[in-house]
Design a protein around this ligand. Structure first.
Ligand code: SF4
Length: 280
């Protein structure tokens, strides 16, 4: 035994999810229909924090109809903004943050949203997920935005064993070849909104069940992997899973009868690529 393992089949997983959600009446992630203008991706992603996509959709459509760019947004009276974004929650804080962010974009970059991770996370209200969303959806630069869906599904798949989205992003950047980074977020988010739900994932209808550690465990009557098991594809992971006692990780489904079945590229050296059709 050499300790070498086959790499995780990312292209198969991404192709299957892309085919699954290409047609049909599936829920669609907010950014799937709003991936045109980097400024609107930036502000829309800040608005989307801790709220439902449907609320972000309505609020951002109205906001950008009246204030489509940094220059117009900094001139907006806060009293004008509050009624528009009230539905996204935390609206007083968010109205302050989006104006501060627009002001910084205007002051530091003349109104053009920067194209590097480091510049983006230095803007008010911008964390790793928002910065990576701007890179992927605004500019087509490889990155992996990690929200709760991506974090949960990556752990259910068994490709990472992590406790926070930040850890998950770091691990995914290490284990996913860079040429597949762009479609990871849109496809996993859509999968999380539809079949791989936070509670009660529909593993029996899942097109990637046989690639998934949780799906395989459930279909063979075993318990899903635990957080301290090593990830799929590592020699330790195979042994650890075989020998591990039963347990559940946070975000993995209960076994039920029905469900059983920072780095160089942050600066964008590669030519821009857009998310695939049918993705977020
Ligand atoms: S098999 Fe189940 S847990 Fe795994 S990705 Fe599919 S729906 Fe999610």
């Amino acid at each position: 035994m050499t300790g070498r393992t086959r790499p995780f089949p990312w292209p198969v997983l991404l192709d299957r999810l892309s085919a699954q959600y290409r047609t049909g009446d599936w829920r669609r992630p907010y950014l799937r229909d709003h991936a045109e203008d980097p400024f609107q991706v930036l502000i829309g992603t800040i608005l989307s924090q801790r709220t439902r996509d449907a609320n972000t959709d309505v609020a951002s459509a109205e906001l950008f109809a009246r204030f489509p760019d940094a220059r117009s947004l900094v001139r907006a009276d806060p009293a004008q903004l509050v009624p528009i974004i009230r539905r996204v929650g935390f609206y007083r804080t968010k109205s302050r943050v989006i104006r501060a962010c627009a002001q910084a974009v205007l002051d530091r970059y003349g109104g053009s949203v920067p194209r590097t991770y480091e510049e983006l996370v230095a803007l008010p209200g911008v964390g790793p997920k928002t910065a990576n969303c701007v890179l992927v959806f605004g500019y087509g630069i490889p990155a992996i935005p990690v929200d709760t869906h991506v974090h949960r599904i990556a752990n259910r798949l068994g490709v990472v064993r992590t406790r926070t989205p930040e850890e998950t992003e770091a691990r995914l950047r290490a284990v996913v070849p860079e040429r597949y980074w762009i479609p990871v977020n849109p496809l996993l988010v859509q999968h999380g909104q539809n079949l791989c739900r936070p509670r009660g994932p529909l593993c029996g209808r899942c097109p990637i069940a046989e690639l998934c550690a949780t799906g395989r465990a459930l279909s063979s009557g075993r318990s899903p992997p635990r957080p301290d098991d090593a990830p799929s594809g590592s020699p330790a992971g195979r042994g650890a899973r075989r020998g591990s006692p039963a347990g559940r990780q946070r975000g993995t489904p209960r076994r039920t009868g029905t469900s059983a079945r920072r780095p160089a590229s942050r600066t964008g050296r590669r030519p821009p690529r857009r998310p695939p059709a049918g993705s977020r």
